[in-house]
Design a protein around this ligand. Structure first.
Ligand SMILES: Nc1ncnc2c1ncn2[C@@H]1O[C@H](COP(=O)(O)OP(=O)(O)OP(=O)(O)O)[C@@H](O)[C@H]1O
Ligand SMILES: [Mg+2]
Length: 297
């Protein structure tokens, strides 16, 4: 790999009132062009989103990256959650490093132990316990800049982990990520979740992003006697799927092994090999590969 390592670390707190100069605007246009050019070379981009927080977007993004990688695909994983970046932790990559090629100014993504190409704000923070205090314009600029400058190694697919809601990050990505792009919408049972997740479905439609499908996470809890308990409420994924004419691609239970996989930073297929969860995640990755038109390897 060419280039010298350059320290890129950023202070966690930054002035929240950054004003954009006219020069800044030109810079943004340049980033948009560069980002479109770079991302158009990646055959499929999958935005994992939900109107709601804490439903398992990061779990699904990371698992999808790990399972597609296990199937042999070259995978880029972009963490678009700047203020709550948790992808490196879920991957067990707390010491991830991102640096710049001093000759070209390009950013070099971190390569995980299993070969996933990772870009996240988290490795760039000097102080891990201080929050990033960035207004929308800075968050937007960070996304455009990193996607414009990152030198990916010819991935077949890019997984994008979005923060909750349909705010700046989602609008920025929906506006500028070029085709082929898709959304994968994560939901959980319960009336409140459905009311909010519905907004992600409508957002995708309005922004002209084809919905690849729904994933119902924390769908049930399997009791020791084998019965299924609907801890979070009645399943509603099918109702939403029917209403919007999309498919439910996976239903994943609430399970202690998932939390453990994240705490230990290992893939679910290592911790719960013979489980329903592993089967559902394998099915999800296979379905995503098929729907994204990835080659048979
Ligand atoms: N099916 C599951 N069973 C048990 N724990 C789960 C499951 N799915 C996710 N979790 C745990 O729930 C927490 C929230 O998951 P995750 O961070 O993936 O949600 P998120 O939607 O990305 O949240 P945010 O909106 O903050 O980005 C994590 O601690 C994760 O380990
Ligand atoms: Mg998340």
């Amino acid at each position: 790999m060419s280039g010298q390592k350059k320290d890129l670390r950023i202070r966690s707190t930054s002035p929240s009132k950054a004003k954009e100069s006219s020069q800044g605007k030109n810079e943004i246009d340049l980033y948009i062009d560069m980002m479109r050019d770079r991302l158009s070379r990646i055959p499929a981009k999958i935005m994992v989103m939900s109107g709601k927080g804490g439903v398992g977007k990061t779990f699904i993004s990371v698992s999808l990256a790990q399972y597609l990688r296990k199937m042999g695909y070259r995978v880029a994983l972009y963490d678009a959650d700047e203020t709550g970046a948790s992808v490196p932790f879920f991957l067990g990559e707390r010491k991830a490093e991102i640096y710049a090629d001093e000759e070209t100014g390009e950013l070099i993504p971190h390569l995980t132990y299993d070969g996933i190409q990772l870009m996240s704000v988290e490795p760039l923070l000097t102080d891990k316990s201080t929050p990033l205090i960035w207004m929308g314009s800075l968050r937007t600029k960070f996304i455009l800049q990193t996607l414009a400058l990152t030198r990916w190694d010819e991935p077949h697919v890019m997984i994008i982990d979005l923060p909750p809601g349909t705010g700046d990050e989602a609008i920025t990505l929906a506006s500028y990520v070029p085709p082929s792009r898709y959304s994968l919408i994560v939901t959980t049972p319960g009336k409140l979740a459905v009311a909010i997740v519905r907004k992600a479905v409508v957002f995708s439609r309005k922004m002209d992003i084809p919905i690849m499908g729904l994933v119902e996470n924390m769908a049930y809890y399997r009791c020791p006697d084998g019965t299924k308990l609907e801890v979070l409420g009645e399943s509603s994924a099918d109702v939403m799927a029917k209403e919007y004419n999309v498919e439910v691609l996976a239903r994943i239970p609430l399970d202690e092994s998932i939390r453990r996989a994240h705490d230990e930073g290992v893939p679910v297929y290592e911790i719960a090999k013979d489980s329903d969860i592993n089967k559902e995640l394998e099915k999800l990755a296979t379905e995503v590969a098929k729907r994204a038109g990835l080659p048979n390897l």
